[in-house]
Design a protein around this ligand. Structure first.
Ligand SMILES: O=C(O)CCC(=O)C(=O)O
Length: 316
């Protein structure tokens, strides 16, 4: 009846070996105990896909250990080290990726400071029949273009280089940064960044992707929205000013990349996007439009000639 008298003392193993089964049996018992623990922990942390088929986060992080292998010899235009830029896939329709902590708070503040004294009311590239009056209210932010060549701090160039790594598109394909400020109530109605040749005529080059770097947190509102994400809302006669669909909340230093074109070069209708009105606080964002060809044009900061953003329209 010894065993039923409550918890066994730490001496139970010694007694077991001495009185009944001897030392080999005790060792065997210990080994079994160890193996059971090992298998148990493997089961708990095993990287089997979850019900929705996603690979658990742990596996992704462990795989990053491969980055510690020595880097390869690089070509003339390459780099001598490996790069790790964490990102989250927000959507495949459109292809939209989120880059947490892409830039530091100091880098963001530097950009805001540079842009602040140059802000002008944001403008639109107008289509036939459109003018400043009948497109009023579509884009109510202020903005300016900032080129890395005029930035002696080197911050803009650093960000451009990182965007090039993240997008795998050479830095020279990017337009100058378009830095935007949205005050309370200001917004950007849904639009496409790519140019539909049917509406804008033949284009020398096309915007492939857009990278948004959020320069501030926003207390409320100001999300970047994708109303047609996954093909939703495309048949409801969507009102371009409504803030619906996938919404991305701005967080200082985080980046958002989305592609306007499919791989075959045609415009992805689900890349329609805009900025919800700011409800509380102020939103600052730096947009880098990336083209299918090297962009040699110099931005005209104040005339709006460099402004290629499109007013709302539907691409079917
Ligand atoms: O401010 C945003 O979140 C969107 C900006 C935008 O749509 C653009 O710059 O093309």
């Amino acid at each position: 009846m010894k065993g039923s008298r409550g918890p066994r003392s730490p001496l139970w193993l010694a007694r077991l070996s001495r009185e009944k089964l001897g030392l080999p049996a005790a060792l065997l018992f210990c080994a079994l105990f160890f193996l059971a623990g090992l298998f148990g922990s493997l089961l708990i942390f095993s990287p089997s896909p979850s019900q929705d088929g996603r690979v658990p986060r742990l596996l992704l992080e462990l795989d990053d250990a491969d980055a510690e292998r020595p880097a390869m010899n690089n070509g003339k235009t390459g780099e001598p080290t490996t790069t790790l830029i964490p990102f989250q896939v927000l959507s495949w329709k459109p292809r939209a990726l989120y880059f947490p902590k892409f830039a530091t708070a100091e880098q963001c503040q530097t950009i805001v400071k540079k842009a602040k004294s140059r802000l002008r009311p944001s403008t639109l590239a107008l289509r036939k029949g459109e003018n400043a009056e009948n497109t009023k209210g579509i884009r109510t932010s202020s903005g300016t273009f900032l080129s890395s060549s005029e930035d002696s701090s080197g911050v803009l160039r650093q960000i451009e280089e990182k965007i090039a790594r993240a997008t795998m598109i050479p830095r020279e394909h990017g337009e100058a940064f378009n830095v935007l400020r949205y005050e309370i109530g200001q917004r950007y109605a849904s639009h496409y960044d790519a140019f539909n040749p049917a509406e804008y005529g033949p284009q020398k080059s096309q915007r492939v992707a857009s990278f948004l770097l959020y320069l501030t947190d926003v207390e409320e509102g100001g999300e970047t929205m994708f109303p047609y994400e996954d093909g939703s809302n495309m048949d409801i006669g969507y009102d371009y000013e409504k803030c619906i669909g996938l919404k991305v909340k701005p967080r200082q230093g985080d980046g958002l990349l989305f592609y306007s074109l499919f791989l075959n070069g045609t415009i992805d209708a689900t890349s329609l996007h805009g900025s919800c009105p700011v409800v509380k606080g102020e939103k600052w964002v730096a947009t880098k439009w990336i083209r299918d060809q090297i962009d040699n044009r110099q931005p005209s900061c104040h005339t709006g000639e460099y402004m290629y953003d499109l007013p709302p329209h539907v691409i079917k």
